[in-house]
Design a protein around this ligand. Structure first.
Ligand SMILES: [Zn+2]
Length: 119
């Protein structure tokens, strides 16, 4: 578990997440499942009683207090949810494609968009 103080703490983990592109599954607000090398890890983002934003992951790295890429991936979704929760139903954002720094893994070929061909 670690305390989130700023986004710069996550830079390395985000870089790793960009490479690994783990799948993030939404459980409920503050709780996510992230795919890792040995199955899914659970990431819990919450504020503790002192008001610190804490992030816990069930992987080995996080046990030692490291910022793992699972946490970074889940946080990216969590932060997006926290920003949008007021005007949008939370259930909509269960897709990993919503994570700002992860591009959709399946990209539609440009020529199919619109479906108009000029012959
Ligand atoms: Zn982890």
């Amino acid at each position: 578990m670690f305390i989130l103080k700023g986004i710069e703490q996550l830079e390395k983990a985000i870089a790793k997440a960009k490479k690994v592109r783990p799948r993030v599954e939404f459980d409920h607000f503050g709780r996510y499942r992230v795919s890792g090398s040995k199955g899914y890890y659970t990431v819990i983002c919450r504020k503790d009683e002192r008001g610190y934003k804490t992030v816990a992951c069930t992987c080995k790295g996080a046990e030692k207090g490291l910022v793992c890429y699972h946490a970074a991936s889940a946080l990216s979704l969590h932060i997006g949810l926290a920003r949008r929760e007021q005007d949008t139903p939370i259930g909509v954002f269960t897709d990993a494609n919503e994570i700002p720094y992860l591009k959709p893994s399946i990209e539609r070929p440009v020529e199919r968009v619109g479906g108009i061909r000029i012959n």
